[in-house]
Design a protein around this ligand. Structure first.
Ligand code: NDP
Length: 308
């Protein structure tokens, strides 16, 4: 297999897969670096109810399996390795994986997504995997009949809380303000779940416990008062950070590390395109990522034909 391609795609979530499908159908024989785990963040999601075409909902991993099979059927070359370095100073662009594999690309589509943000507490770091998690679908099952806390006030936090309520005896949502950021539909769902309790205007000072989580010390930001909440698990859902570290300053990023694009998925270097959560801090939906992947592939095709 030649790794010298017209189009190389980094990332294998909805954005990367859609870019690959469109590039393959345009006859560009794309190569996709899928990362260590193919499928991106939807691999750790339960039911996806808002992806058109699935009236009964579809499990995240199944949706991604379907996208992978669609890519394979259309002839996309998939390499399950992580790109660790890119050279974007001239074309063809150069890529290198953590396993030492190299590739070159006339056009590059970056669709590396984002990953969970943490609170940044020493106790949180120490107890990761011992009751502290950022993925309810991965770890929720371990908290059957127990009490857990979820930190955050947006859609992800409520999604995590609702999922945890299937197993846990009680789920306390700790939010730093007195108003949720989550969509109304999600708020209505959460408020109707009797296992959920709410702690408003509060930030986490410390995760309590030596070998496993024993509780949470929180502080009310309005009164300054600190108190301890009993729980055996903490799920952190305070947003995401884009996976752009490997770009090492070669593309223009915004202040939060997202790739800056021009509205047509074109990044700051000619011939480089970006799609999905790595360039979109606002919507983060599977369907918007897929839409961006399509735009990026169409723009890459246009770019290549204008440079031939
Ligand atoms: P967001 O960035 O939207 O929200 C992060 C949440 O964490 C906010 O409530 C924020 O508080 C809080 N927060 C951030 N930093 C801290 C901190 N250091 N300490 C305490 N709290 C903190 O991230 P999400 O991942 O939830 O969502 C991103 C996007 O994805 C949104 O557009 C969302 O609607 C979408 N989404 C949609 C879903 C769906 O429709 N099914 C599911 C999941 C996500 P504050 O509100 O005060 O800023």
């Amino acid at each position: 297999m030649s790794n010298s391609r017209k189009v190389v795609i980094i990332g294998s979530g909805p954005a990367g897969c859609t870019a690959a499908i469109y590039s393959a159908r345009a006859g560009l024989e794309p190569l996709m670096f899928a990362g260590v785990m193919m499928g991106g963040q939807l691999m750790t999601t339960t039911d996806v109810e808002n992806f058109p075409g699935f009236p009964e909902a579809v499990a995240g991993p199944e949706l991604m399996d379907r996208m992978r099979r669609q890519c394979e059927r259309l002839g996309v070359s998939i390499v399950q390795e992580l790109v660790s370095r890119v050279g974007l100073s001239r074309r063809p662009f150069r890529l290198e994986t953590t396993e030492g594999k190299t590739a070159s690309a006339e056009a590059l589509i970056v669709a590396t997504g984002a990953e969970a943000r943490w609170l940044g507490l020493e106790s949180e770091h120490r107890l990761k995997g011992h009751g502290v998690s950022a993925c309810a679908t991965c770890d929720g099952f371990f908290f059957k009949g127990k009490e857990v806390c979820v930190v955050g006030g947006s859609d992800s936090a409520l999604e995590e809380a609702l999922f945890l309520a299937r197993f846990a005896a009680k789920v306390t949502v700790v939010h730093r303000r007195d108003r949720l950021r989550a969509s109304k539909a999600m708020q209505d769902k959460a408020r109707g779940q009797p296992k959920l309790a709410w702690v408003w205007d509060s930030v986490v000072l410390e995760v309590l416990g030596t070998d496993s989580v024993a509780g949470l010390r929180v502080k009310n930001v309005k009164t300054g008062e600190a108190r301890d909440l009993a729980c055996q698990g903490l799920f952190v859902a305070v947003g995401h950070v884009p996976n752009t570290g490997f770009l090492a300053g070669q593309l223009k990023l915004d202040e939060n590390g997202y790739i800056v694009t021009d509205g047509r998925c074109r990044a700051s270097v000619e011939g480089v395109f970006a799609a999905g959560d790595v360039m979109d801090p606002h919507y983060r939906q599977a369907v918007t990522s897929a839409g961006n992947g399509c735009i990026a592939a169409l723009e890459a095709e246009r770019f290549l034909s204008s440079h031939e």
